[in-house]
Write a protein that binds this ligand. Structure first.
Ligand SMILES: *Cc1c(COP(=O)(O)O)cnc(C)c1O
Length: 430
């Protein structure tokens, strides 16, 4: 199927990027479990290695199963290309890699997945990169944090763990004015609830591990490229605008135009960093995406029902779900996220830390795991697990205080989820 944009989301989530297998007619995308591909002759091999012809060389760079997934994700997000990687964290490094250099910084939201805060505040220092964390609701603070060495702005659409929602258009305007790319982690929203490129984002990253695969079987990531950023407008992005010595002086932006970032991601990023997604995982993710809209609708419906019940429960101090009418983000949700605010939020218990730990141990349907975006409902006490490496101030800012648990609402019967929480809260507060 050609990627004709007139098809609706539900059609594209099943068909985009896929064709019946040319060799066998197989309708489902085969798992091309191969490391290498036979060259037609020596000239063909040389043209592929010189990037003069596009084709398959070696599965660290490209693989036909992974290529279908890349095309599907690019289509669903409204981008021109995508690069899949071995995890969501790999996708973040791969997104920053062509933009950053020693001494350069990324301006990032304080409300990020705990692992991302650790990656940005600790690990990237080893590359000579740094991050400045600011509240993305305070646009002046974002503006003030940007300096001559800033190379990217990074935030989450619906943030983990609190489920707060970002006004992407407003942050994109700040990034545009500074001539910088905006990278949005769209893991918790998925392209069904939010398409960051339509709201001005340059790159979209995902952990495929979560809602996109949707059933807790895969670790994977992707970067989707909007193709809309002018990498040559300043001298800030030499990896894309200047001659690349590893390709005989080829200039990616001049040669590949809107696909410069995508080609660089494969030809340099995957080639040299090797954070490759395997074809088996790509296949599972393709299967998951076929039902993305159906699952997300039910995730949202259940999250709204469960959050409303929790908000009215006397044992609960507060619920952060942005989809509640009482949320300070309610107006932003209706304006920027009209299909709903996702299925991830935190619950604060009046009885504090001990009650949180007891609740986690008392639930029967909810699984206690460090994951989200599964068909199954999940719970975790962020402060003692995913956000454990953070300072109390960082925990607070991220929405992961010790008296809070994070819920990822699945697609089971909402009444069963409520009954389970009710019995768990009874034990936790006894
Ligand atoms: C899980 C997650 C990541 C990291 O993805 P992995 O696939 O676990 O590496 C990044 N961002 C968000 C919002 C996540 O939920």
């Amino acid at each position: 199927m050609s990627d004709t944009p007139q098809y609706g989301f539900d059609t594209l989530q099943i068909h985009a990027g896929a064709r019946p297998d040319p060799a066998t007619g197989a309708r489902q995308t085969p798992i091309y479990q191969t490391t290498a591909y036979v060259f037609r002759d020596a000239d063909h091999a040389a043209a592929l290695f010189n990037l003069q012809e596009v084709g398959y060389i070696y599965s660290r760079l490209t693989n036909p199963t992974v290529a279908v997934l890349q095309e599907r994700l690019a289509t669903l997000e409204g981008g021109v290309g995508a690069v899949c990687c071995s995890s969501g964290h790999a996708a973040q490094i791969m997104a920053l890699f062509p933009l950053m250099g020693p001494g350069k910084n990324v301006v990032a939201s304080t409300r990020l997945y705990g692992g991302t805060i650790t990656q940005f505040s600790q690990t990237i220092k080893r590359f000579g990169w740094s991050a400045k964390f600011v509240d993305f609701d305070d646009l002046d603070a974002v503006r003030e944090a940007i300096d001559d060495d800033t190379r990217a702005i990074f935030g989450e659409s619906i943030s983990n763990p609190g489920g707060y929602v970002t006004d992407i258009r407003a942050v994109a305007d700040v990034a545009d004015a500074a001539g910088l790319p905006l990278i949005i982690d769209n893991t918790s929203a998925t392209p069904y609830l939010c398409r960051p490129i339509e709201q001005g984002a340059t790159l979209v990253v995902h952990s495929l591990t979560k809602f996109l695969t949707g059933n807790g079987t895969v670790t994977g990531g992707v970067i989707v490229d909007s193709g809309q950023f002018d990498w040559s407008a300043s001298d800030k992005f030499p990896s894309l605008s200047e001659p690349e010595s590893a390709y005989h002086g080829l200039k990616f932006h001049e040669t590949f135009g809107p696909l410069a970032f995508t080609f660089h991601g494969i030809a340099v990023g995957l080639r040299d960093l090797g954070m490759t997604l395997n074809p088996q995982s790509a296949h599972y993710t393709l299967m998951g995406i076929e039902t993305l809209s159906l699952r997300m609708e039910r995730h949202v419906q259940n999250a709204e029902t469960v959050a409303k019940w929790l908000e009215n429960d006397p044992r609960v101090a507060s619920v952060t779900y942005a989809g509640l009418d009482s949320s300070p983000y309610a107006e932003r949700v209706s304006r920027c996220y009209p299909k709903g605010a996702g299925a991830l939020f935190t619950v604060q218990l009046k009885d504090g830390y001990d009650a949180c730990v007891k609740l986690v141990d008392s639930l029967e349907i909810f699984s206690h795991v460090a994951n989200l975006g599964d068909t199954r409902s999940l719970i975790i006490h962020s402060a003692s697990t995913t956000h454990r490496q953070l300072t109390p101030e960082q925990q607070e800012a991220a929405g992961a205080s010790p008296d809070m648990v994070r819920l990822s609402i699945g697609i089971e019967d909402a009444s069963d989820l409520i009954a389970d929480l009710d019995q768990g809260l009874a034990k936790a507060t006894a």
